[in-house]
Ligand binder design. Structure first.
Ligand code: SF4
Length: 422
């Protein structure tokens, strides 16, 4: 029988938090191979590393302080490897023999040192076994991965077409995970918008939706098989076409009497949150809802893609409050550090969100190759086209471009934290 090893590598970053992250694509491949008669095993560098869970079950991740790569030497922050100790990784792969193929995934582009380390160690252990690298870094920085990762095959984009995503009964191999308390689910792929800073279309060119009945059967299966009661939606546009999609799914949940909790860390489109959807969210235990605004500057809203207006947000929050949500469970994303968003006005954004009875959630900007923003930054010679992916890091990108950023960002964070408590 053919044997395949799946590997979820370390995160290398200045900071990281687990919002229910799981290597879904990798586990989907695992299930696909299993159905073809392959024996599949997993080495997950995040296994057993979740620490200090918060009230929603999200957590810090075990970390080790490590030397910064040379090009980050001047950044005055500690740099970490998140996940299991290297010795544990070596121990896990030393216990595996005769592997025919290895599949390794990748997350953020600037986490690539963790991917490269895993590939190096895997090559030392299984020197003739072909390694296929996929995921976000391999897609967005395909050339960099080809030239530097030492993987044998570099996969670009999604491994599966829509047929697989929409198929009933084809679930990621979550049984291979140790921690199944919170699991990711997805009703849709892609997004109908084209925001200038977003990479969504590189993974799914078109918006697609699976049958909500299939998703309902999927969550019920996870509940039966693993006892899972908490689910994180990975969708980019969950509320889009809600009458045929998410509303139908939530009605099925209500009818079943199941008591689950749901989370939307990716941010919802305010304009699609009507009264009915708000009520369904409340009845089905959505917690800490996240809605995307990015900025209250209406010129920038239009220029970056027109996915939301201030009025959309006002109506959405009004509907959600009428359905019973309190400030504690309503977070609105504000983008901080993009060159076209005046940081002086970010304070106004936060005051605006607070005036609507919600919390502001600050998201740091980072440029993603392939997006319109990135092309403009290159065209205006603000960044070089082939900058190392380490410079995409959201923690440092704006600091390097804007000398006043660190002081201003600290001020904004303190202000936001105080206002969110009121
Ligand atoms: S609406 Fe959200 S997911 Fe869609 S393109 Fe814009 S940022 Fe990306």
């Amino acid at each position: 029988m053919k044997k395949v090893l799946l590997v979820n590598p370390w995160i290398y970053d200045f900071s990281a938090y687990d919002f229910g992250i799981k290597p879904v694509g990798l586990l989907r491949i695992g299930q696909f191979l299993r159905e073809k008669g392959t024996k599949v095993s997993l080495v997950d560098c995040m296994e057993g590393c979740r620490r200090s869970k918060d009230e929603y079950g999200f957590s810090k991740i075990r970390k080790e302080k490590i030397d910064k790569p040379d090009m980050l030497k001047d950044i005055e922050r500690a740099y970490f490897r998140y996940g299991i100790p290297v010795s544990e990784f070596l121990n896990k792969i030393s216990m595996i023999s005769e592997i025919d193929e290895i599949y390794i995934t990748s997350g953020m582009t600037y986490w690539y040192p963790g991917v490269h380390l895993a590939i190096k160690l895997l090559k030392e252990r299984f020197n003739k076994t072909p390694i296929t690298l996929g995921g976000i870094y391999a897609t967005i920085c395909h050339k960099h991965a080809r030239l530097t990762s030492n993987a044998d095959i570099i996969w670009k984009g999604s491994f599966f077409d829509k047929e697989y995503f929409c198929q009933s009964g084809f679930y990621p191999a979550y049984d291979l995970l140790l921690d199944k308390e919170i699991l990711p689910i997805q009703l849709t792929t892609g997004c109908p918008f084209r925001c200038t800073y977003c990479a969504s279309r590189m993974f799914s060119a078109k918006f697609e939706m699976k049958d909500p009945v299939n998703l309902f059967e999927e969550v019920m299966y996870y509940n039966r098989a693993f006892g899972t009661k908490s689910f994180v939606f990975y969708d980019d546009a969950l509320a889009y076409r809600s009458s045929e999609g998410i509303k139908r799914f939530l009605r099925l949940i209500i009818a079943s009497g199941a008591q689950f909790t749901f989370h939307t860390p990716n941010g919802l489109h305010a304009r699609f949150i009507d009264e009915e959807l708000s009520e369904l969210f409340k009845k089905t235990n959505f917690r800490d809802l996240r809605i995307s605004l990015e900025t209250s500057d209406e010129g920038v809203q239009q220029f970056t893609g027109g996915k939301v207006s201030n009025n959309d947000l006002k109506l959405a929050l009004r509907n959600l409050k009428e359905a019973g949500f309190a400030k504690k469970d309503l977070g609105v994303y504000i983008l901080m550090g993009a060159s076209y968003i005046d940081m002086e006005k970010t304070m106004d954004d936060i005051i605006f969100i607070n005036s609507l009875g919600a919390k502001a959630i600050l998201a740091s900007y980072s440029p993603i190759p392939g997006t319109l923003d990135y092309k403009i930054l290159v065209k205006n010679k603000i960044i070089k086209d082939n900058i190392d992916p380490l410079w995409h890091n959201k923690t440092i990108f704006s600091e390097l471009l804007m000398p006043a950023y660190i002081r201003k960002a600290r001020e904004i964070r303190r202000f936001t934290s105080n206002l969110n408590k009121t």
